[in-house]
Ligand binder design. Sequence first.
Ligand SMILES: N[C@@H](CCC(=O)N[C@@H](CS)C(=O)NCC(=O)O)C(=O)O
Length: 340
Amino acid sequence: MLRSVFLSALVGTGLALAGPAVAGPTLDAVKARGSVKCGMAAGGTPGFMAPDSKGQWQGFNVEVCRAVATALFGDPKKIEIVPATSANRFTALQAGEMDILLNNVTMTLVRDTQLGFNFAPVIFYDGQGFLAPRKLGVSAASGLNGATVCVLPGTTTELNLADYFRKSNMTFTPVVIESQDEIRSAYFSGRCDVMTNDRSSLASIRSLAPNPDDHVVLPDVISKEPLAPTIRQGDEQWSNIVRWTVNALVEAEESGITSKNVDDMLTSNDPGIRRFLGVTAGLGAAIELDEKWAYKVVKSVGNYGEIYDRNLGPATPIGLARGVNALWTKGGLMYSPPFR
Ligand SMILES: N[C@@H](CCC(=O)N[C@@H](CS)C(=O)NCC(=O)O)C(=O)O
């Protein structure tokens, strides 16, 4: 009887019998180095990840990297950007050249299993599409029979492209170029009729055209591209930190906590907000971070919505509406598991 009372008490509080996550090599290395190394597209994808005029990397993915650095060090500047191409990014991550790969990696079965990676929660739900010069006069992908298509190697893009043309009984000629800047110039100089990639990246490429209105992202969405921070398998502790940092960005937005009001929120009497911000201790100890880790993340980089609006939203040159990346409470897919 006593035993079952004890067990049900454990279940009720959610306490597991196991202790904290086993220490993993990544966190040790990150702490010894004093910074988080994030892999980003070598050729840059403005809005997501690209150096600004001062050579400082900026963008949505860079801010996710900064969020992890803040969770660990309380300082969003403690990051190092490791440029990677679509073709060499997975070997670079596996070789330990970076702690998190953030160059718009699509979560897939093979990457999650055979290739030995793990994924943090999706930070951007995307789909593949086509960018076409308006003067090509094509208004839908069904008009692309016989087209030459610029495509990056080692991507889901390359695989979906073949699938799509096959199932549509159409032919195409791929123009495969490994570097993002070269493929962009190839497209702009007319070496291929159209360019294919995640539609958000196409919006980014379009924004770089001398006249963006000369190009159009076709309406077709030919695949699912859930983009997620990618880490090596087998390091539970690191996985927990990256996963819950992403969750914290979404949770903050759900709870109405922003970089502007986070200090006022410290006096909220909502128990959930108090736990999240570390006013009531416990969650920090559970994840083996400072009790104020989530507070610091929101204070320095903001919540998911703030990061989205600043880098990708309608007020930016990329101009992407939230769409399916809205919170679940607003009809979208963004949802954080409970902070308790
Ligand atoms: N989501 C697709 C495509 C990813 C992709 O094309 N990423 C681009 C950045 S948006 C890249 O890696 N570019 C490398 C470069 O800059 O050379 C995948 O995971 O395979």
